[in-house]
Design a protein around this ligand. Sequence first.
Ligand SMILES: NC(=O)c1ccc[n+]([C@@H]2O[C@H](COP(=O)([O-])OP(=O)(O)OC[C@H]3O[C@@H](n4cnc5c(N)ncnc54)[C@H](OP(=O)(O)O)[C@@H]3O)[C@@H](O)[C@H]2O)c1
Length: 352
Amino acid sequence: MSAPRKIAIITGTSGNLGINIAYRLCDEIPSDHRLTIIVTSRTLVKANETIKSIEKYNDEHSHRKTGFLDFDYLLLDFGDMISVATAIYKLKKDYPKLDYLFLNASQNAHDHFDYFAATKQMLSDPIGASTCPEYKMEKVGVKTKDGMGFVFQVNVFGPFYFIESLKKCLFVKSEDPRIIWVGSVMSKTKYLSFDDMQLLRTEVPYGGSKRLVDLVHLATYKELYDEYGIKQYLTHPGVFVSFSFFKFLNIFSYYIMMMMFYMARFLGSPWHNLTGWNAANAPIFVALKADIKSDRQDLKYGSASTARGHEYLKIDEIDPTGKDDVLKYLKQLKEEWDEKLKDQVTDTRRAY
Ligand SMILES: NC(=O)c1ccc[n+]([C@@H]2O[C@H](COP(=O)([O-])OP(=O)(O)OC[C@H]3O[C@@H](n4cnc5c(N)ncnc54)[C@H](OP(=O)(O)O)[C@@H]3O)[C@@H](O)[C@H]2O)c1
């Protein structure tokens, strides 16, 4: 008899959180189960590098035997609906089921740092300055080539479309399917205005997109469970070193940021995990350990660390205001895109 198989997709696997989710799956999925990790990236180079890093981690730490760990990749760009539709098509064609989907990939429209505002916030509110920075200025009104708000499409609509398209065919075939949204501690209600769902007029599209993620989760988790048996959870990774920081920081600003992170943790912030490993604690908990009878799905599971860096979970309530409006908007947009994409991904080898 063949070994039971678990199939996991981690979107944006090449990032610090994504790769640590993969490492922890290698450690924590029972070693007598075959684990297939589907890596996603926008580029083949990063997909290959990521697979090599996970293989190396397994060789050095997890020691899953040959045949108990394998990989595939999807070239997935949530900012391009044809790429999203192609990835969905490939998954439906190649896989009998899906067990875990970690919605981890994300984008922001970073523009520049306002150093005056940074100094002011660091002096008046040092923990807030490194938890919800008010000095990271974002570009306003950026659209994708699909004509949607860039941050909205990558962080919210692309992942929503992905789930909606796969729930009936692949998740439903798993014995214990789980969808894990990665939100943020920055998902404040003030960052979202319901007359700007695509986040095109706001100066804080990233925070707005994470607030939308909270609301999408609240609006959908019940139906996903009742109709398809899918257990969806919302998590956030606290604050940790993102590989994407290196694009924006020089060596000097990098060390200032690290100093602020350690200081915030020392001053009592639970959210300064610093490492991708600790940041992956909540996503891994809800994927592998949460029991829907005792672990409520209407809460947000945060990865937290003590001042000495020991990980723990910190669970918070979520304000549900506006969740139905958000769902209605996304469902309507999905119908429009179903129509636009219906002839895009076809089998070109059929006989005419
Ligand atoms: N870092 C923090 O302190 C922090 C705090 C709160 C929340 N978070 C959340 O935690 C998650 C992971 O954060 P991170 O810092 O590890 O992420 P990251 O490095 O900024 O990005 C993660 C991955 O997203 C992928 N990605 C970017 N644009 C994409 C697109 N258009 N389509 C598909 N994939 C795309 C990238 O993969 P490729 O380049 O390989 O395509 C990248 O490796 C994110 O959801 C983030 O919002 C992070």
